[in-house]
Design a binder for this molecule. Structure first.
Ligand SMILES: NC(=O)c1ccc[n+]([C@@H]2O[C@H](COP(=O)([O-])OP(=O)(O)OC[C@H]3O[C@@H](n4cnc5c(N)ncnc54)[C@H](OP(=O)(O)O)[C@@H]3O)[C@@H](O)[C@H]2O)c1
Length: 122
């Protein structure tokens, strides 16, 4: 359990990195607030966290879709960006990096985390 309980807002919490991070941070004693559009998934994840003894709530949120790929004029480059964004480092690995940052003492601020794969895709 973390020594300093925080309130954590997890956006994109219905699949992938969001729930992996929310579950890990709740396990470490933080209160997690889950947000995304699919509230039925958020309800299930919140119930799982409660069942495991954690503290969580959820709210429906909607944000603007990423337009990064659309800003690339070269068709091949655009498609590569779409593919790149869809290929995953395991969500649990990203969650572990986020939890590391969250667990720093009050006087330490980890403002940015860069997570990169260490191996090429096959
Ligand atoms: N996994 C990786 O290796 C990796 C690496 C670098 C960057 N990323 C980026 O990290 C982000 C999350 O990755 P992931 O693998 O966890 O993706 P994911 O499994 O597809 O999860 C995306 C989450 O975002 C939510 N979402 C999508 N559109 C939304 C909108 N308009 N408003 C509110 N919520 C929205 C989805 O929930 P609802 O559909 O329920 O709203 C879902 O919970 C992505 O942007 C991805 O490109 C991932």
């Amino acid at each position: 359990m973390s020594t300093s309980r925080k309130v954590v807002l997890a956006t994109g919490a219905s699949s992938g990195i969001g729930p992996a991070s929310a579950e890990l941070l709740a396990e470490r004693g933080h209160h997690v607030v889950l947000g995304s559009r699919r509230t039925e998934r958020l309800k299930e994840i919140t119930e799982d966290i409660h069942a495991a003894g954690g503290s969580a709530e959820y709210h429906a949120t909607g944000v603007t879709e990423s337009e990064l790929a659309e800003s690339i004029s070269d068709p091949e480059g655009r498609e590569r960006m779409r593919t790149y964004r869809s290929v995953a480092i395991p969500a649990s690995s990203v969650a572990a990096a986020i939890a590391f940052a969250m667990d720093q003492p009050a006087g330490v601020d980890v403002g940015e985390i860069i997570v990169r794969p260490t191996a090429g895709r096959t």
